[in-house]
Design a protein. Structure first.
Length: 278
């Protein structure tokens, strides 16, 4: 049954549970939790309620999931704090390897017209992906249309180069990975020309965050207490993930042992929060 609610400006509109889902996911709620809350509210919304009242109800429901919301916000912030684009690229390569891909990174490949720097080549089950990786330290900054446009042009030139015998990559498709999202214009174009893309909760419910949580391959920068100086010292020892941190002898981490122990304790709390151990 259609239920009409009152907006902030006094106008009436039909209650749309998808708006609740979008609001809650922006606040850090997992897609499944947001959908569950929206469904529950849909059974309780009454004719004439204001959108402000509905928002307050949704936030109240979300309070029961505070721990997982804070964890996901830490993950989102941790991805932004990962450092340079090069470190993000290496992290994405590690993630792809967790899913069974053989990954080669940072190479130059000859196309039909020009040479191209390729962030990653991922191979699995006879399929070869050209991977473009875009990192943003500012969460509000989205990957623009120009990136998807350039990725399609690069893919076409690389594929033509392979046909002419100028490279042996034989790419099947392109994949763009970003820690934020594509702009709507970039997303529409990518979907139109067949470029797969993963970002924060993009596609909804199966974005980069989902793939990270599925394998529990969290970046070390998810740790709130980790400073930039410590991060760089850890990176110098080729440690980018929490799994690598706990698997490394404390004496080889590059920090005082007492500090390493505290970071490992914090790491175990992260895995406890997400109900899994490395």
């Amino acid at each position: 049954m259609m239920v009409m609610v009152v907006k902030w400006d006094g106008r009436s509109e039909e209650f749309d549970p998808l708006k609740i889902v979008r609001t809650l996911t922006r606040m850090g709620a997992p897609q499944g939790v947001a959908e569950e809350i929206a469904e529950d509210l849909g059974d309780r919304i009454e004719e004439g309620m204001t959108t402000k009242e509905i928002y307050e109800m949704a936030v109240g429901e979300l309070e029961a999931h505070k721990e997982i919301v804070e964890f996901r916000l830490d993950l989102r912030d941790g991805l932004a704090r990962i450092g340079s684009g090069l470190h993000f690229e290496e992290y994405v390569r590690l993630l792809l390897e967790e899913y069974g891909y053989k990954v080669t990174g940072n190479i130059v490949v000859q196309g039909a017209c020009v040479t191209h720097e390729v962030d990653g080549i991922a191979e699995r089950d006879g399929e070869t992906l050209y991977v473009e990786m875009k990192h943003h330290s500012v969460l509000e900054r989205y990957t623009p249309f120009e990136v998807t446009l350039a990725a399609k042009a690069k893919l076409d030139d690389l594929k033509e180069g392979c046909e002419k015998g100028l490279n042996d990559c034989n790419f099947d498709r392109a994949l763009i990975v970003t820690n934020t999202r594509l702009t709507k214009h970039a997303q529409r174009y990518a979907e139109c020309v067949g470029i797969e893309h993963f970002g924060w909760n993009t596609p909804r419910g199966r974005g980069l965050d989902w793939f990270i949580e599925e394998k529990k391959l969290y970046p070390v920068t998810i740790l709130r207490s980790l400073t930039e100086v410590e991060r760089d010292q850890i990176y110098a020892r080729k440690i980018l993930t929490l799994k690598q941190l706990v698997d490394t002898n404390p004496n080889d981490v590059g920090l005082p042992e007492t500090r390493v122990r505290k970071l490992i304790d914090e790491t175990h709390r992260v895995f406890t929060c997400c109900q899994g151990e490395p």
